[in-house]
Design a protein around this ligand. Structure first.
Ligand code: DAT
Length: 178
C-alpha cells in the first residue's frame, strides 16, 4: 500500500459547531488540505434531490465517496461533515466531534439564517448527541474524541491539541515533511 502523506482526520458535529472553521485553521498551520463535504457537494452538484422536511438538498453519497477516494488515499486530508456513517471506516485515522451548548448553537444557526423547524431540529440533534453517537457507532471508540466548541479559547485549544496529535502521527509513521 502506498505511504500516506499524513493522517486523514474527520471533523464531525451538528451544523454550526465550528467544523469548517477548525478544519481551515488546521490546514493553514500544516501542509494538510481541508475538505468541506458540503462545499465539495455544492461545487460538483453532488445532490440527488431536496428534502422538503429538513429543507436541505439530499447528498449523493456515492458521488461524494467516489470523489473522496483518491484524495483520502493520498493522506493529509481534514474532512468536515455533519455526519460520519456513510464514510468507510478505513478513511480516517481519527475522528473529532465538536460540541456546542444549545443556546450558543441556537444563536449561531439563527444568525446563519436558519429558522423554524430546521433550526429546532439542528439544536435538538445537538442536545440528543446524535452526531457523537453516530461517530461512536461507526468508528472504534478510541479514535473518537469529543471537543467543546463554545468559545474562541475552545477553538484555539482544539487547534493546538489536533496539531500536537498530527505531529505525533507524523513522527510515529516516519513521514518526512517538506
Ligand atoms: P460548521 O462548519 O460546523 O457548520 P462553522 O465553522 O461554519 O461551523 O462555524 C459557524 C459559526 O460559528 C462561525 O461564524 C464561526 C462560529 N464559531 C464556530 N466555532 C466557534 C467557537 N468555538 N467559538 C466562537 N465562535 C465559533
Amino acid at each position: 500500500m502506498p505511504v500516506k502523506e499524513g493522517p486523514n482526520i474527520l471533523i464531525s458535529g451538528t451544523p454550526g459547531v465550528g467544523k469548517t472553521t477548525l478544519a481551515q485553521l488546521i490546514a493553514e498551520r500544516t501542509n494538510m488540505e481541508a475538505i468541506s463535504v458540503g462545499d465539495l457537494a455544492k461545487a460538483n452538484n453532488f445532490f440527488c434531490g431536496f428534502d422538503e422536511e429538513l429543507q436541505c438538498p439530499i447528498l449523493d453519497e456515492d458521488k461524494v465517496l467516489d470523489e473522496l477516494e483518491d484524495m483520502i488515499a493520498e493522506g493529509g486530508k481534514i474532512v468536515d461533515y455533519h455526519g460520519s456513517e456513510f464514510f468507510p471506516e478505513r478513511f480516517f485515522d481519527i475522528v473529532f466531534v465538536l460540541r456546542t451548548d444549545n443556546t450558543l448553537l441556537y444563536d449561531r444557526l439563527a444568525s446563519r439564517g436558519y429558522a423554524g423547524k430546521k433550526l429546532e431540529d439542528n439544536v435538538e440533534c445537538e442536545i440528543m448527541n446524535v452526531l457523537r453517537d453516530e461517530a461512536l457507532e461507526n468508528y472504534a471508540a478510541d479514535i473518537v474524541h469529543e471537543l467543546p466548541s463554545n468559545t474562541p479559547d475552545d477553538m484555539e485549544n482544539n487547534l493546538q491539541r489536533i496539531l500536537a496529535w498530527i505531529e505525533s502521527w507524523i513522527r510515529d509513521n516516519n513521514i518526512v515533511t517538506s
